[in-house]
Design a binder for this molecule. Sequence first.
Ligand SMILES: [Zn+2]
Length: 497
Amino acid sequence: MIALTRRLLAVIAIAAPLAATAEVRSFALPENHRTMARTTSFAEMESLLRALDGRGIVTVSVEGRSVSGRPLYVVHLARGERPTWRVLLYAQQHGDEVSGKDALLVLVRDIARNPGLLPADVDLWIVPMVNPDGAEADTRKNAAGADLNRDHIALEQPETQALHRLARRLLPHVAVDCHEFSRDSESWRTRGWLKWPDITMDSLNNPLFDRAVRGAAQRFLDRAAEAEAAAGHPFLRYWVGGLPPDEEQRHSAPDIDGGLNGLGMYGGESFIIEAAARHADGRRDADLGNRVDAYLVLFRAILAGDGRRAEDLAAIEAARRRSLPPFIPTNYLWVNPEAAVTDFPVVETAIGRVVKVPTANLMTEMAVKRTVPTPHGYAVLPPAAAAFAAVLERHGIPFETVTATRPVIAETCTLVRLEEEFDQVYGRYEGRQIVARGKAAAVDLPAGALLVPLEGEAAVRAALVLEPAAMYGLYQLPTFRSLVSWDGALPVLRVVR
Ligand SMILES: [Zn+2]
């Protein structure tokens, strides 16, 4: 063993100049991204980013660490004197959804070589791998077994905490969340179908968020569709609901549960992109280059904009100053309000061609089913104050700790039951909260209670995190369920005066 080691050392010593060169040579992505057939590992990404850091307009930093201690890398690119349009692109929250990350790394490499690819008014921030532990293990969840894209309200995981810290500092005008879906899921394969698009994209449509900003993002989707058509990539708006004979409908898709556009809560335009990957035959990465290309088309379109950036910027800044609407939606669902029939393209695997399947089950709009009047603020009772103070701090939501008894008029809410209407396909609808709102009454808040006003930039987030009547709220999570009183009384009161 020792002899062998000596022998090896001798060989290494002879080859030292070459070995040293190999050691400092960093990982390189394929020159032509369309030929990519293997995703970039964490170590390769780290090597690439270290080599690019400080080159031209590229700066790499670390924003926290994963559960297993891997650094969460952030890449900053800006070339103008004072770029005004902040864009935050983030990928691989789900560790086994890879192509968004690969496309972002290609984007960084290309801009590093040719800064002119980045419009001068864009301040670009990129988190290529939000979930490095999941990426290394090739799992959806992180090393703690959490689905990060269901953690944007509770922020219990270090990865989502880091992402939100960054977003709160930046307050991006555009945030883009990059995913993949299964082109050949089992229910489709049994019909002999493959999903047709290379890539899908949609914008945040939570009705609590500003209508003008949502409208600007929706408008951009037409631009995205044009760009993909020009590049020859089959493209669809993100859809929910099933094809015939499926009648599956999404009853509700609030952000805590659906997780779409987790960073939309910072008031900018917010998009989700999902590229179509094949999983069934274990050849997920065989067409990786094609998915990366489809992603790059969208990234370039996002950076270029559609010529109405000044107008959009004004709308976003105005929305961030605006107070909440008079009602908070607590139950809303995806709908097809006109029962519009879509000729949905599918790949018929028997003949290998695209056929059109008519369906009215594809839903693209949100309808509000139930609302509650927007309260003046929320109060958290002392037994739950520590747990809620932690989550409020993680969200940067200002609050006051009451130091002497404070009389308020408030509604107490009661958790009647949790419904476990679990959906196998989407793993969703778990823990739907049925909550009864009590009548407003005089309450003496004891010292140690928290008071959270619903005002300023953080008001939307405060409502998302604290509204006890929300159909999907924090009480579906064990940490917060343990804070519910024996009689169902919730620890957060709706303060009306
Ligand atoms: Zn995903």
